[in-house]
Design a protein around this ligand. Structure first.
Ligand SMILES: *Cc1c(COP(=O)(O)O)cnc(C)c1O
Length: 382
């Protein structure tokens, strides 16, 4: 079973033997040059030209007014939730079908996640289900959105652009605006993905990108906050850099803050990788097209670019018939050293989140049982 799929993936990934990774980073351009330059400069830590340049490159690419580099995507999410006014007793809406970092960042503020269903086609937060929940199960009090069942304030909403596919972010934004909820986009997986021509991550008050080793471009570890709000951008920079007041020699800090700044060394890698992004995107688009064509012949559902969207196709995915077929596929492919993976366990099923409120999560549960991610690395000798 699945022999033809296994040999097709090996051919696509140009690996006739040996392991085929799920998503492998590649460093084909100026990576070593910038890293050596960074080391020679001695500015390897939290100050240096590469950090500023990397921020400029991401801001320019995404057409966000401001970009602030951080040590990772989780730290970026943590900080923007704080700057969105999320407090200890609050709740924050997100999806159950996302990487655990989304909910962890919410928890780091002391707030509690509420898990709402996703759409089957985008794999991202469903505006329909979000609207139903907010209309039927919350009320407005002094401009705040109050959850009827807990009496707590719902301060923010964090949808994810899952596997790089944009969710219906404009509808989600309108719903959040109507209910007085701050929109923060977890665009960790979706640099290079556009919704109606606009970079994902630039619809909300804040957006966050990740440059972890498995993302479309990597800095080893790293993240980026984007926003169009000058004041919030200034605060984001301040709170991620120990809240130190600028002074030639004095150490004065005006609040308890974080050491979340991206080191210059990582940013050097980021600058080189940003130069590669257009080529990586073209390559991933071609790979997704090939997968799509192959699986349509096999009558296996392949997750396609959603309507109104241009996807970066970060992680390709198919939908199998159910848990039994999924597990058989995962077993056979992994035995043959093809790294395939199921979707994340729904976050409301993890022990630290099993007491969080959810809606019926019908689509999330359906997808959880059926999704398999396929090897999706950029292969340059294509
Ligand atoms: C990668 C990722 C993050 C952030 O991860 P870091 O490893 O902290 O950079 C957050 N949310 C999602 C959905 C992710 O995939």
């Amino acid at each position: 079973m699945f022999d033809d799929i296994i040999s097709y993936i090996r051919k696509l990934m140009d690996k006739e033997i040996g392991p085929v990774p799920l998503h492998e980073p590649i460093f084909p351009a100026n990576e070593k040059k910038y890293l050596l330059d960074c080391i020679d400069s001695t500015f390897v830590s939290s100050v240096g030209k590469y950090v500023d340049r990397f921020e400029d490159m991401v801001a320019t690419y995404s057409k966000a007014k401001y970009a602030i580099a951080t040590v990772n995507g989780t730290a970026a999410l943590h900080v923007v939730l704080l700057l969105s006014g999320v407090e200890k007793e609050d709740e924050v809406i997100t999806q159950a079908l996302t990487f655990v970092a989304t909910a962890n960042a919410i928890s780091h503020t002391g707030a509690k996640p509420v898990f709402i269903d996703v759409d089957k086609d985008t794999l991202g937060l469903s505006p329909k289900h979000l609207n139903r929940f907010l209309s039927e199960e919350t009320r407005r009090e002094n401009g705040c959105c109050i959850n009827n069942s807990t009496g707590k304030r719902i301060k923010a909403c964090v949808p994810t652009h899952t596997f790089g596919h944009p969710c219906r972010i404009d509808e989600i934004k309108n719903i959040c605006d109507a209910h007085g909820i701050v929109l923060v986009e977890d665009a960790s997986e979706s640099l290079g993905s556009f919704y109606k021509g606009k970079q994902t991550g630039t619809f909300g008050t804040f957006g966050v990108f990740s440059f972890n080793g498995n993302k479309i471009i990597t800095t080893g570890g790293g993240g980026m906050i984007v926003t169009d709000d000058e004041d919030l951008a200034r605060k984001a920079k301040h709170i991620t850099t120990t809240a130190k007041l600028p002074h030639p020699w004095e150490y004065v800090h005006d609040q308890i803050a974080y050491n979340y700044r991206l080191p210059n060394l990582n940013a050097a890698l980021g600058c080189a990788q940003m130069e590669c992004l257009p080529e990586f995107l073209e390559n991933k688009r071609r790979l997704a097209k090939k997968y799509e064509h192959f699986f349509s012949d096999k009558k296996i559902d392949f997750i396609k670019e959603p309507e109104n969207a241009t996807s970066n196709h970060w992680l390709n995915a198919i939908i199998l018939e159910g848990i039994a077929e999924r597990d058989e596929f995962l077993g056979t492919t992994n035995e043959n050293k093809i790294m395939t993976r199921p979707a994340w366990r729904l976050l409301n099923k993890l022990q630290m989140y099993d007491d969080c409120q959810t809606d019926n999560l019908i689509n999330s549960r359906w997808l959880e049982d059926r999704i398999v991610n396929l090897p999706s690395s950029v292969i340059l000798n294509d």
